[in-house]
Design a protein around this ligand. Structure first.
Ligand code: TXE
Length: 486
């Protein structure tokens, strides 16, 4: 029987204890390039052992009254707020996320938790869908048809580094509430935060064999997929998402893939240019552009193009770049060093094909993985910056002559996470957005996520749904009851 542990557990040394043999993960501070810590990764034998623990514990966890699963989750919510300073400092140290944005992320998770908790009972409640009175004939007693919901069992949560509290919490919170055991593999670029999340959940009373951190890089993730898990919930790149989908298909288990995007925004001729420029600059550069729903391409109607560009550039030049531990810093380093080359290559490709560099365009000559915030104009769709995921502080802005031209360009992508339209005419915006295949549609806003709305992608942006009622129900499987009185 999994026990509910109220005992405090402020640190997490056991998560990082070598099991048999282990590779070492080097945790580097992206702002200073200093080594923070070296940690042993879980090898396949350790992963199998963790899987067996979770498998053994899950049935009793799943059988607990919902209230007994809710109460530790609510303690976790409260501890996030109480410990935000230390948690944010840790996240900033290993990802380079500016401290104010790290705090924002952590302090927004409680609102999502409240949504999941408020709706758990509704999703789990058995649903009588049909009743038929008894007939006089033998074997024809009264009939009831009822649907109940069961947890999937043991699920893998393979998570990303860009928003470990959001993209992790969108999975592990509802998964636990619905009665699943979770094998949680934080990204190798947010491992310490993954350990802190596990420690906090355990301190809150989630049993240690119900939420188990699995530590390591992609190889450890692949070893996790070798286990007979019941579902895999992944956030990351399209390339890795394909591998996860193949592994899930061979097991016939549910894959959920929250992948990237090449999210477009269009500024119509009737837009409030100041609102559009400020909103889109933030949408493109918040968290250094390392958001799944970051604005990655901007199209502007020629009537407002010059005015928009002027305000946009002023906004970008006003962003404070520097030490991510400074509360006033808006742009820190990128979280992964290889991304610097991706960004430099996209800029070089665009310039070689005729783009104009309005600001930035280079790796900064200073310690840390800093790329200058970059705005390119005179761009077109032969350039990688308008076609491939950038995932960094680089944006292309393209002038268009009509709504129809904007729609055609916005559609020109294999991704489909979000799209935004700025303009005063709601119907026009809805008409434009309706023509695009995206999971989310924004009018006069962008880079926004709500726990009440489904988060899903089309095409290369992924499979399945997090958030909303659908994002809770995804951790359940229905059972059909045909009940006839004898
Ligand atoms: O992603 P990966 P990375 C995009 C973004 C970014 C790029 C690379 O463009 O620059 O992906 O980032 C685990 N089996 N996004 O390297 O490789 C891995 O350990 C099982 C967009 O971080 O997809 C990590 O935990 N697991 C995205 C997770 O998968 C494997 C957020 C993601 O790693 C594995 C992050 C394997 N074979 C990156 N290989 C978003 N949607 O916001 C790796 N992993």
């Amino acid at each position: 029987m999994p026990t509910i542990h109220p005992a405090p557990k402020p640190s997490s040394p056991t998560y990082f204890t070598p099991r048999n043999m282990a590779d070492l993960l080097s945790i580097i501070n992206p702002a200073t390039e200093a080594l923070i810590q070296e940690l042993p990764a879980d090898n396949p034998a350790a992963v199998a052992e963790k899987y067996n623990q979770a498998r053994g514990a899950q049935p009793e966890w799943g059988a607990l009254p919902l209230a007994d699963r809710i109460s530790p989750i609510l303690r976790f919510r409260d501890l996030l707020v109480e410990r935000v300073d230390a948690l944010a400092a840790l996240l900033t140290s290993e990802t380079g996320k500016p401290i104010t944005q790290a705090r924002n992320e952590i302090l927004a998770l409680p609102g999502r938790i409240d949504f999941f908790v408020a709706h758990s009972d509704r999703v789990l409640t058995p649903e009588p869908v049909y009743a038929e009175p008894a007939h006089a004939l033998p074997g024809c007693g009264a009939l009831e048809e009822v649907i109940t919901q069961e947890p999937l069992g043991v699920v893998a949560n393979i998570s990303a580094w860009n928003y470990p509290y959001f993209v992790g919490g969108n999975v592990f919170v509802p998964a636990l509430l619905m009665g699943n055991a979770v094998l949680y593999k934080p990204s190798e670029f947010a491992t310490l935060t993954g350990g802190a999340i596990a420690a906090l959940l355990h301190e809150s009373g989630i049993p240690e064999d119900i939420f188990i951190p699995v530590i390591g890089s992609g190889m450890t993730g692949a070893a996790l997929l070798e286990q007979p898990i019941d579902g895999v919930f992944f956030t990351g790149s399209y390339a890795t998402g394909q591998k996860i989908a193949v592994a899930a298909a061979l097991k016939l288990i549910r894959p959920q893939l929250e992948l990237g995007g090449k999210d477009p925004a269009y500024v119509c001729a009737d837009a409030n240019v100041a609102v559009a420029a400020a909103g889109l600059a933030d949408g493109a550069f918040y968290n250094n552009g390392q958001s799944c729903c970051a604005v990655e391409r901007i199209y502007v109607h020629t009537d407002v193009y010059d005015e928009f560009l002027e305000v946009f550039l002023q906004t970008v030049e006003g962003f404070k770049l520097g030490d991510p531990t400074d509360p006033n810093t808006y742009l820190g380093p990128v979280s992964r060093k290889p991304q610097l080359d991706v960004l430099a290559d996209q800029v070089a490709d665009a310039l070689a094909k005729g783009a104009t560099l309005r600001c930035g365009g280079k790796i900064l000559n200073r310690p840390g993985w800093y790329f200058a915030p970059t705005v390119l104009t005179e761009v077109n769709h032969t350039m990688t910056v308008m076609q491939e995921e950038t995932f960094g502080p680089v944006i292309g802005i393209q002038r268009v002559a009509s709504d129809a031209e904007a729609v055609a360009l916005m559609q020109d992508t294999p991704y489909g996470l979000t799209a935004a339209v700025y303009g005063t005419d709601r119907q026009r915006a809805v008409d434009i957005l309706s023509q695009l295949k995206t999971g989310s549609a924004y009018w006069n806003c962008c880079d926004r996520v709500s726990p009440r709305l489904p988060w899903s992608g089309r095409g290369h942006s992924g499979l399945g749904t997090t958030l909303s009622l659908a994002g809770i129900a995804t951790f359940l499987q229905p059972r059909a009851w045909h009940l006839r009185a004898g």
